[in-house]
Write a protein that binds this ligand. Structure first.
Ligand SMILES: *Cc1c(COP(=O)(O)O)cnc(C)c1O
Length: 490
């Protein structure tokens, strides 16, 4: 026997272990089903945050081995070390940062995408998959009100989507490396940090960054923007980009979209909207009323893994003049010349930094088709009203000082018991709340002062979750107050 033949005889049976048979697949699916049902059965009672001593150590204590493992044991290990400690973003009680939840039917889409492993990067490789992804982009572009010329891409999240838009703005406005020191970008201190990170990654780290002053509700002041742009132009600098937030992550504030559009138009600035958090509120009438003029931007980012409740790993960038997005991201390779026969649909690989990628379209398309759009629209509206309801109820809590009426679905508040430093008190109270964990609330600093946040965006957050949060805050307040009173007696 030849060397090659004997090696192949030895290797094939081992490689084939990667192809479980029908019976084994069924049994895997049974275990998976049991596991996810166990997780979902009491999702509402599960804490939204769990502190553990070992912080998931068991996962690293279980090394990789040459021999097969047992799925149900592995799922137990997963449950103990990954699923249990820390934040539970699937919980409706996740009211911190920006939640979303992760709908079950999206997992079904991921499952089929992985089993069939379709190639969604290039049109000719899988025309249907690419059509599906472009159709989803088109659907979002229509929501925003962009014209036919718009193009975009399904990316891993808002950070990468913002990066793609900023790179496009840089190229569309002809900012070369040599121009960078005189190029000017306008944003506010409330902009998401991924935007400043993207500016750096895009090679614009040496550009002039102007932090436009904000009003008392944390929104960009259009009059201040106008003054800054005019001063910079008079000084011979090149203002080229303004980034506004459609819902800031910290306070949910919406910058004045149309007033900024007027200034961007008058001064030839690229107008980018970071709507990663707030964009999908336009699914409902109430949201459309709050967010007029999105179509006046040049580019926009929306995160389906927030406002469409898709599990993590999906952010969308859309550029009004799609050719500009392609100019910055297209590529060509000799081995892809076959693709040139297919010109009727853009390939995602020409519109984003990625080539081979997760077929993300299916995890959004399947839920939209299966549930229909109505529940998504209702979800968007419900989250607005939940925040307003919470804001209305806050005065029932002792010495609660609430921030402004929410622009979207984030509420700021803190507690100011007489005679106690509010920063010390709220900071301490935050620890009680984290240890309680019935719901998860995060905090922020506004002009150096500690504030709690409540962000309603998880699809599993409903009225009773808000009641639970209010109860927990009341309990947390009492426990913290007792602690401070005990200290002053000491
Ligand atoms: C979440 C968020 C981002 C970052 O998006 P990721 O999906 O986390 O990468 C950017 N901007 C805003 C306003 C956000 O809320």
């Amino acid at each position: 026997m030849s060397d090659a033949l004997s090696h192949l005889q030895r290797l094939e049976p081992l490689t084939k272990l990667l192809e479980p048979n029908h019976e084994t697949r069924k049994s895997f699916l049974n275990d998976m089903d049991a596991h996810s049902e166990h997780f979902l059965k009491d999702i509402d009672e599960r804490p939204a945050y769990v502190l553990t001593e070992d912080r998931g150590q068991a996962i690293v204590d279980s090394p990789f081995e040459e021999t097969p493992g047992d799925l149900s044991e592995l799922l137990e290990l997963y449950d103990e070390s990954v699923n249990h400690p820390g934040l539970n973003p699937a919980s409706g009680g996740h009211l911190g940062y920006i939640p979303g939840g992760g709908i079950y039917t999206s997992a079904l889409g991921d499952f089929i995408a992985a089993v069939t492993n379709r190639y969604a990067g290039v049109y000719y490789a899988n025309p249907g998959a690419v059509r599906m992804e472009n159709m989803l982009v088109r659907w979002c572009a229509d929501l925003v009100g962009y014209p036919e010329s718009a193009a975009g891409a399904l990316l891993s999240g808002g950070s990468i989507a913002n990066l793609s838009c900023i790179v496009t703005a840089r190229d569309a406005k002809g900012i070369r490396s040599a121009d960078t020191p005189s190029a000017v970008i306008y944003l506010t201190e409330q902009v998401h940090h991924c935007v400043t990170k993207a500016i750096r990654i895009a090679g614009l780290g040496e550009a002039q960054i102007r932090y436009v002053p904000i009003d008392d509700r944390f929104r960009m002041r259009a009059d201040a923007l106008q003054e800054l742009v005019e001063a910079d132009q008079a000084a011979g600098l090149k203002p080229f980009l303004v980034v506004a937030s459609v819902g800031t992550t910290d306070t949910g504030a919406v910058d004045p979209i149309e007033a900024i559009a007027d200034i961007a138009e008058a001064h030839g600035l690229w107008y980018h909207l970071d709507a990663a958090y707030g964009g999908f509120f336009i699914l409902c009438e109430e949201g459309r009323r709050l967010l007029p003029g999105l179509d006046r931007s040049d580019s926009i980012v929306m995160d389906p893994h927030k406002g469409m409740f898709i599990p993590y790993g999906l952010g969308i960038c859309i550029v009004k003049d799609g050719q500009q997005l392609a100019n910055s991201h297209h590529y060509s390779a000799a081995y892809l010349l076959d693709a040139l026969d297919f010109q009727d649909e853009a390939s995602p690989a020409d519109l984003s930094p990625e080539l081979t990628k997760h077929f993300r379209g299916l995890r959004m398309w399947l839920p939209m088709k299966l549930h229909g759009l109505a529940p998504f629209r209702a979800g968007a509206e419900e989250k607005l009203w939940l925040a307003r309801y919470f804001w209305e109820k806050l005065p029932e809590l002792p010495h609660c000082e609430r921030g402004p009426y929410p622009d979207l679905s984030i509420v700021l508040y803190r507690f100011t018991p007489p005679g106690i430093d509010p920063n010390q008190f709220n900071d301490r109270m935050g620890k009680h709340i984290l240890a309680d964990g019935r719901v998860f609330l995060s905090s922020t600093r506004i002009n150096g002062d500690f504030y709690f946040r409540m962000a309603s965006l998880a699809f599993r957050t409903h009225r009773h979750t808000i009641e639970k949060a209010l109860t927990m805050l009341g309990d947390g307040y009492e426990a913290t107050l007792k602690e401070f009173q005990a200290k002053s007696v000491d």
